[in-house]
Design a protein around this ligand. Structure first.
Ligand code: G1P
Length: 298
């Protein structure tokens, strides 16, 4: 029987140097896509997938993320007095309930593998989901929920993947595809940031994982890999010898909000997808002669 996934890990310790000066005093995870912080999209997606415990691996200057996932009594009171019920309800809906968030610090920026390893005591000996918040998805149902459906059938480890332009494979982890359908195929290998010649496919790891806890002991022995960092992909590549890894080519599309272009594109796509502002946004851009028109097609 597969063990239920109740805990999700969110690595949020990155410095956000690609977004300076915006991220000098503010964490990059608080940058907004339309009016919601990037981190909120990942938390919403996890909750939709049934996650109950939210573990954040943070660093210096990230205190505001903790504040974001807390009550704000003064604000709530003001909204109530002003009769802004919808905004108030939305704030309450966005919040994981008390005691369901945990925060730990990475202390040193040694790479994604190290950040995940820092969550080991909070996760314990159980399978967990891992969501990289820079990666924001437009998908219904959410990508993690789609992956959970596969996990319930296969157990083991699950990695969400999407096709990438072969010229861009060296920015991501790339998987080798074995047999099976898009909703659950065997992963036979993976490599972090390969050159286009080395890449085993054009399916890239887009920031959503379900992992078994044995990954932690592998991460503790992991030496530095691509970019001089402790890489999660390298530990998974070792674990594949003893455990099953299943790929899910989900329905939906990722926006890499760790890059300026991905972030700006996400803002346009989500604005066009929002019933409350899409019409006005379209009009405004048309007036500017920008030609953002039509529905977002995905
Ligand atoms: C990390 C992972 C990589 C994955 C990517 C998705 O890389 O190591 O496998 O494809 O996230 O964003 P990073 O973006 O931290 O360089």
């Amino acid at each position: 029987m597969t063990r239920r996934v109740r805990t999700a890990v969110f690595p949020v310790a990155g410095l956000g140097t690609r977004f300076l000066p915006a991220t000098k005093a503010m964490p990059k995870e608080m940058l907004t896509v339309v009016d919601r912080p990037v981190i909120q999209y990942a938390v919403d997606e996890a909750r939709e997938a049934g996650i109950e415990h939210f573990v954040f691996v943070t660093g210096r200057n990230k205190g505001v993320i903790e504040d974001h996932f807390d009550r704000q009594y003064e604000l709530e009171q003001t909204l109530e007095i002003r009769g802004k019920t919808e905004a108030l309800l939305e704030l309450q809906r966005d919040l994981p309930s008390a005691g369901r968030t945990s925060f730990t610090r990475q202390q040193e920026p040694l790479g994604l593998g190290h950040a995940v390893w820092c969550a080991r005591e909070l996760v314990g000996d159980q399978p967990f989901a891992l969501l990289l918040p820079d990666m924001v998805f437009m998908a219904k149902p959410g990508v993690l929920k789609q992956m959970m459906a596969t996990y319930e059938e296969t157990g083991g480890n699950i990695i969400g993947v999407e096709e990438v332009d072969p010229a861009d494979v060296s920015s991501y982890g790339i998987v080798a595809r074995g047999s099976g359908p898009d909703a659950g195929f065997r992963i036979t290998g993976m490599v972090e940031k390969p050159s286009p010649q080395e890449a085993p496919s054009n399916l890239f790891i887009s920031g959503r994982y379900i992992l078994q806890p044995e990954i932690f002991s592998l991460l503790s022995e992991q030496t530095k890999g691509a970019g001089g960092e402790i890489q999660l992909t390298d530990a998974m590549q070792i674990m594949i010898r003893s455990q099953m890894f299943t790929g899910v080519k989900y329905e939906g599309k990722v926006f890499d909000c760790g890059s300026k272009i991905g972030f700006l594109t996400a803002n346009v796509a989500f604005a066009l997808d929002r019933p409350d502002i899409s019409e006005d946004f379209r009009k405004a851009t048309r007036n500017l002669g920008l030609g953002i028109d039509g529905d977002y097609l995905g």
